[in-house]
Design a protein around this ligand. Sequence first.
Ligand code: PLP
Length: 383
Amino acid sequence: MIYADYNGSAPLSQEVRDYLLKRFEKGPFANPNAIHYLGAKTLMGMENARAACAKVLGADFDQIIFNSGATEGISTVFHTILSNEIHKKIIIISGIEHSAVVNTAHYYGSRGFIVKTLPVTTEGIVDLEVFHQWLKEDANNIAMVAIMAANNETGVIQPYQKINSECIENNIPYLCDTTQYIGKTPFNFKESNIDYAVCSGHKLGAMTGTGILLAKDAEKILALIIGGGQEKGHRGGTQNYLGNETLAVALSSLEKSFTNIPALTKKRMEFEQNMKTSFPEIVIIGEHSPRLATTTYIAYPGIHGQAVQMELESLDIFVTTSSACSDNMPVTSKVLKAMGACDSVGRGVVRISLCLNSPLDYYDLLFDALTKIYTKLLKIKSY
Ligand code: PLP
C-alpha cells in the first residue's frame, strides 16, 4: 500500500504508536487540573509535552496553547482580533486560503467587515505587489491579514516572511496558517516573528483532534471556548492531555526527518520530469515555485483526476484529486481557479502528498502506476 494523502491527514506515526502503547500500560489517567497526586502527574506529563513542542517549534512555553486543531486556532485568532475591533474594517486573505480561513473571514464579512482577497500568480504565489499596494492605500483600515505559509493543494510555499515584515511595519496583526508548513519543513516561531500560527496534530502523525495555536503574546488571546479557564483561560475544557503528549512525540520525531528534505525534493523533481518526458501534455501545478518536498500536484488535461484516483486505488495507492473538502465535486478547485487554471487542468489533477519519511522508491512505483493508467485512460480521453 502507498498512502499519498499526508496533506489530507497523516496516519499515526510509528513513534506515536509506540509511545501510546506504553502510555496506555503505564498511566496516569486523571484530570490534569485536579490537585491530587495523579492529576499533578498527568499535568506534569502534559506540561513536559508543551515544553517539547515549544522547543521544536522555537516558541516560548507560554506561547503554546493546546486546542483541537488548526480550524479552532484560526477561529480563535479571528475572534481575538475582530471581536472588539470597531475602527478597522478590512480583513485581507488570499485566493488560495483553506476554507477554515475563507469561511471564518466571510463570517466576519457578514458582520460588517470587508474581506479583500489577494490574487495569486499562475504559479500559485500570492501577489506581493498588490498586497503592498493595498497596504499603501489603506493600512490604517486593515484589521488583520490571514495568509498561509504553504498551500494544502499545490504545496507552494508563500512569501510569508515578507508579508509579516509589511504587517509589522504597518502594525497589522498577522495570522499565518502554517498547518501544512509545520512538520514538513523547519519552522521557528520566534525567529519568524509572526503574531499567530496554527497546526493540527492529524497532519503530523499525532492524534486527531489535537492542535496548537502559537501566539506571540498569548495574553491577548480571547478564548473562543470559555469553560473552566484551562490553558490559562485561553481555551476552556479539560485538556486532551494524551493527544497533547502525542503532539510532542510527533513533532520531535519529524524534526529528525528534516534531513530527508533534499533527497525527497530531488526524487520528486526526477519523478515530475520523467512524467513530463513520457507524457508531454502533463502539467505540474506550481512547478516553478518553491514547494514542499512532499507534494506533487499533477494534471493530465482531458483525463479525469477522479478516474486516475480510482485506478490508483485499485493498485492500493491512495491519493486525492484536490483538497478533501472539494473532493466529492468534480470541479476545478478554488485554489486552481485562483491560479487561473482552465477546467481541463482543474478536473485532471491528482495530488500526491507524502511525508518526510516516505521511501524514495514510492516515486518509482507511482511513475510505473501512472504510466500504465494514463496510457489506458488516453484511449478514452474526452476533451
Ligand atoms: N489550513 C490548512 C492549510 C489545511 O490544509 C487544513 C486542513 O486540511 C486546515 C487549515 C484545517 O485543519 P483541521 O481540519 O485539522 O482543523
